[in-house]
Design a binder for this molecule. Structure first.
Ligand code: AMP
Ligand code: ZN
Length: 468
């Protein structure tokens, strides 16, 4: 079955054609590990997980690479401000590598809690500085760079199609460019960007380079790591929409300048999660993390289920109300998602649910109906709505490899009517307690039985057992 996707580069829906039949090279911009990921970041990572899972369901062998940015991401995407890692090290009075490893681990844990599959390769920027230097040298040799006291710059005027991802030419970029306060006065054009920050012997993470002691620019990190693991040209590159005007634009310019080939065939960008009309940002403070959801009593998969019901190219509003403790809170949309997911689990687990797709032909037809929606630029909201319409437990389960809602674990069939012998022994013990009017013992046993997943009811015919 064909897979269609919306390509930011062409602004059209296109049929996906991999470079090598049956294989997909996928690169997704990863987190900057200076803090916990907020649920906005995770909405983007969830989209990328759904994409990778869907491509696998369509039969592709996917190699998914996601970088870990642990140096060089400045507070302004346009190279100004301070390195976010330096700010975190100062804030927490720790070594930047400790900070990086701590938040990387927290990130990997968050992925697992949301059932986001771990990418096949998770390269760290600090472990690929040699590749970045080599790429910068290549750019320098080909005449795409100039140096100032501040560093090695990419000269955007040397690239006629600079800005093609954003569909803005250089003149328009000039109008829109941010004039940051501490901008380098020797920078020739506002759109030019740093490939290497030089003369930074006091920066907390630095390396020797042909341009002096310093550290790499953020954009070159993604070009160096993606091309190392996926080749000079690869299939799909993803990120959040905020990466279109600067980060991904610069990745394209420098990669294509260095190699002379197209960098990526398909660009896909996820829309933002907005909180109260504003985007969620780490710098705005008080942001919601997966741990916040857990502390507030939510199953992280409820957030996954919520995201599944919004198209990745539509902004998703998320009205979170903090409790007075400032640590927990609630969101009505998440309450609804959690309730819906619970009902879904119950329906799938119940032995009373009829299977409406009684023949293999009916099942196959329904399955391909859902596949069509998935293959239509990852239309998960439609796919989920279609699954609800068919109401087939078998069909829901067939799509769990994409949905990632863990039906095997959370909605195991509950057809079993005879309790295991240890449960039955407790029921008998409880009967003895009841007969001798030892209500405390009887209640304690009921609780113990309940903890083992069974509910005991007292009827005139004696106790009956039901799975909880
Ligand atoms: P960062 O760790 O800041 O580099 O961001 C990681 C990813 O999250 C990037 O792909 C961003 O585009 C994306 N992102 C940042 N904020 C949001 C948001 N509010 N909603 C969705 N994605 C976001
Ligand atoms: Zn990137």
């Amino acid at each position: 079955m064909d897979f269609f996707l919306y390509n930011t580069l062409t602004r059209t829906r296109e049929k996906f054609e991999p470079m090598t039949p049956g294989r997909v090279g996928l690169y997704t911009c990863g987190p900057t590990v200076y803090n916990y990921a907020h649920i906005g970041n995770l909405r983007t990572f969830l989209f990328e997980d759904l994409l990778a899972r869907t491509l696998k369901l369509f039969g592709y062998d996917v190699t998914h690479v996601m970088n870990i940015t642990d140096v060089g991401h400045m507070t302004s995407d346009a190279d100004a401000g301070e390195d976010k890692m330096a700010i975190a090290a100062e804030r927490e009075k720790k070594d930047p590598y400790q900070i990086a490893r701590f938040y990387e681990e927290a990130f990997v844990t968050d992925l697992a809690r949301l059932n986001i599959r771990r990418p096949d390769v998770l390269p760290r920027a600090t472990e690929h500085v040699a590749e970045m230097i080599a790429l910068n040298r290549q750019l320098e040799e080909k005449g795409f760079t100039y140096t100032t006291r501040e560093g090695l710059y990419f000269d955007t005027s040397k690239v006629p199609d600079y800005g093609k991802l954003e569909k803005k030419n250089l003149a328009e970029q000039l109008v829109g460019a941010r004039e940051d306060v501490n901008i380098d006065p020797d920078k020739r054009h506002p759109a030019d960007f740093v490939l290497w920050f030089s003369n930074k012997p006091n920066h907390i993470m630095n390396w020797e380079s042909p341009w002096g002691v310093g550290y790499p620019g953020w954009h070159i990190e993604c070009s160096a790591m993606s091309m190392k693991y996926l080749g000079e040209t690869f299939d799909i590159h993803c990120g959040g929409i905020d990466h279109i005007p600067v980060h991904n634009t610069n990745e394209i310019a420098q990669s294509e300048a260095a190699t002379g080939h197209p960098f990526v065939h398909y660009w896909m960008h996820a829309a933002f999660l907005n909180m109260g009309g504003k985007k969620v940002s780490k710098s705005a403070g008080g942001f919601v993390t997966v741990q916040t959801l857990v502390d507030s009593g939510y199953d992280p998969l409820a957030y996954r289920y919520l995201c599944l019901q919004a198209h990745y190219r539509s902004p998703l509003d998320f009205a979170w109300e903090w409790n007075d403790d400032g640590k927990t809170g609630r969101a009505e949309s998440l309450d609804n998602a959690a309730g819906g997911l619970k009902r879904l689990y119950e329906r799938l687990a119940s032995s009373n649910t009829d299977e409406p797709l009684t023949t293999d032909a009916a099942f196959e037809e329904a399955r391909s109906d859902v596949m069509t929606h998935l293959g239509d630029d990852l239309n998960l909201p439609k796919a989920v709505a279609t699954l609800h319409t068919y109401g087939s437990p078998r069909l829901w389960r067939a799509f769990d490899p994409v949905l990632g809602l863990d039906f095997d674990k959370n909605a195991a069939p509950r057809g079993q009517t005879t309790a295991p012998s240890d449960v039955q022994a407790l029921v008998e013990e409880r009967e003895t307690a009841r007969k001798s009017r030892d209500w405390a013992r009887s209640d304690a046993l009921r609780k113990q039985i309940s903890e083992m997943g069974w509910e005991v009811a007292d009827t005139p015919q004696g106790p009956t057992l039901k799975q909880r």
